[in-house]
Design a protein around this ligand. Structure first.
Ligand code: NAP
Length: 504
């Protein structure tokens, strides 16, 4: 494993929510863990005027609230590397002064010309900032030797937040703009779900054991459910959410990433290039759903009014007659040898019964049922089921059938589980931290490739209501707040002889 290189992290969007709530607390945690490079500076850029001291004071409050373990001395030490730069990133004039400031870091702090740009601004600014970085010649990778040390090439990398495009065409356009300025090896499309331990643990579970991989296919697996539900609503993000919806916000980004880890072929080695190549392949293998099949493959819904709170469409900031989905469940097929005939169900929703992110792998029943005359203690056989819980708990559970002690002879479904907190005694860190350090180390294993993102968009485009079959007419599937979603979603599963994994 390479250590993180000296560098300047340039955060566009310094005064924003993501920087205060996630990025700086995550960096502080990494500082305390000793994972940041010894020569490291943060330069935050946004338009409002403030000085380093004022920004550090604001960030200190946020770190106390959002990071694990406040240590005033550790913060004071870390805060010396945090700096603020006021400027409009959409205007070219700012970049000359920015380049000078970056040069000062190289000269005084040994950051070697290495830059990690972070686009933590609204997506409408992404392309224009990338273009201005190019115009200001801030990307020198591959073009000249680093001015500081002739034995080292400097690097310039860019982290791009979600949303990465709003459809297939806009994602392709953003990829083209990025590709004109940065090599693909320097573009880090971030999805913080991939910084979560259990998502990475899925690769270890699958590929460091011999007992799962031989049965990880359509012969033994009946179907897979990938769920990310929340009990909260859209909060103060109404305008953003109403223009985006649950498919774009959750399914196209996070859930397809988890899908790729669950469904990909084993890479040859645990390395970025091999992992990314396999993820691209499996996402590309997702079948484009025909317009005529959409109604049978998707349920979209909006939460209705409850006694305490109005319906989604009554929220201030939601457009009149909005058909934006707060719930979506879609069924996807993978057209490859491993998964032929085994569907993946992806669902997400706001104001649902429980906060839960998990992958449920439901195995098929045994080929012959030796115990067909034997009573099941729970009524019906559950069979073999592997549940990988990602949030709020980090747990892996395996269910199987066992004999209930005593007579008469009865069968019960039992469970083995590993709770990551209890087993390893380590509290999970903010997922952004390890990902930021990976970017400083030049490790793209947990970042999305441009082709993967475009293929992911291609798979969800049929559900976004483009073309003549307007899926948004299905939005009449309303659901009660605090429930598990529209009845139509249960009916979709029932038609396939399956049920959602809800209450266990
Ligand atoms: N917040 C989250 O939890 C979260 C999670 C996942 C992804 N994201 C993504 O991350 C990005 C940032 O989200 P956010 O929630 O932090 O947004 P935000 O709170 O609205 O912050 C936006 C930031 O951009 C700055 N900005 C706007 N125009 C600028 C310009 N022309 N030049 C320089 N700075 C400019 C703003 O500061 P000034 O007004 O002072 O310029 C502010 O610092 C978005 O793309 C969002 O989709 C956010």
């Amino acid at each position: 494993m390479r250590t993180a290189d000296p560098c300047v992290l340039v955060i566009f969007g310094a005064s924003g929510d993501l920087t205060a709530r996630k990025l700086i607390p995550a960096l502080y945690e990494m500082h305390r863990a000793g994972a940041l490079p010894a020569k490291f500076q943060v330069l935050g850029v946004s338009r409002r005027e403030k000085n380093d001291a004022a920004w550090r004071d604001e960030l200190a409050l946020s770190v106390q609230k959002h990071a694990k373990g406040w240590d005033a001395a550790a913060w004071s030490n870390f805060a010396t590397c945090i700096h603020y730069f006021a400027g409009d990133a959409a205007q070219g004039e700012m970049y000359r002064a920015l380049a000078e400031r970056l040069g000062q870091f190289d000269a005084q702090d040994g950051t070697r010309g290495n830059r990690l740009f972070y686009l933590s601004v609204g997506p409408e600014l992404y392309e224009s900032i990338v273009q201005r970085i190019e115009d200001a010649s801030l990307v020198t990778e591959g073009k000249r030797w680093c001015a500081i040390d002739r034995d080292e090439r400097s690097w310039q990398r860019i982290i791009v937040e979600k949303p990465f495009g709003s459809d297939e065409a806009s994602a392709a356009s953003l990829n083209r703009t990025l590709g004109r300025v940065f090599e693909e090896t320097e573009i880090y499309r971030i999805d913080h779900y991939l910084g979560k331990e259990v998502v990475q643990a899925m690769l270890v579970l699958r590929f460091a054991n011999t007992i799962f991989e031989p049965v990880w296919n359509h012969q033994y697996i009946d179907h897979v459910q990938i769920t990310a539900t929340e009990t909260v609503g859209v909060g103060n993000r109404t305008a953003f959410f109403d223009a985006t919806g649950a498919i774009r916000d959750m399914i196209q980004s996070h859930l397809l990433q988890i899908f790729a880890f669950a469904a990909m072929e084993p890479p040859t080695v645990y390395g970025a290039e091999d992992i990314r190549a396999e993820k691209i392949k499996v996402v590309k293998a997702l079948r484009a759903t025909n317009a005529s099949d959409i109604a049978a493959h998707a349920v979209l819904g909006q939460y209705a009014a409850s006694e305490q709170e109005g319906a989604y469409h009554q929220l201030p900031g939601v457009s009149a007659g909005s058909t934006t989905e707060t719930y979506a469940a879609i069924k996807l097929h993978v057209d490859n040898w491993r998964w032929a005939g085994t569907p993946f169900y992806l669902r997400t929703g706001k104001r649902m019964a429980k906060k839960r992110t998990e992958v449920v792998v439901q195995f098929k029943p045994p080929a012959a049922n030796l115990f067909r005359g034997v009573a099941q203690s729970a009524g019906e056989a559950i069979g073999n089921r592997l549940v990988m819980e990602i949030a709020p708990d980090e747990r892996t559970r395996l269910r199987f059938e066992s004999k209930l002690p005593g007579t008469p002879f009865r069968i019960a479904n039992v469970e083995m589980q590993v709770d990551f907190d209890k087993e390893f005694g380590v509290e999970p860190v903010e997922a952004y931290g390890p990902l930021l350090v990976d970017a400083m180390r030049g490790d793209q294993s947990l970042f999305k490739h441009g082709r993967e993102v475009e293929s992911g968009w291609a798979a969800v485009m049929p559900f976004l209501g483009s073309g003549s079959s307007d899926i948004r007419t299905l939005i009449n599937a309303n659901y009660a707040q605090g429930s598990w979603g529209p009845a139509a979603a249960d009916e979709m599963m029932a038609r396939d002889g399956r049920v959602w994994h809800n209450d266990e």
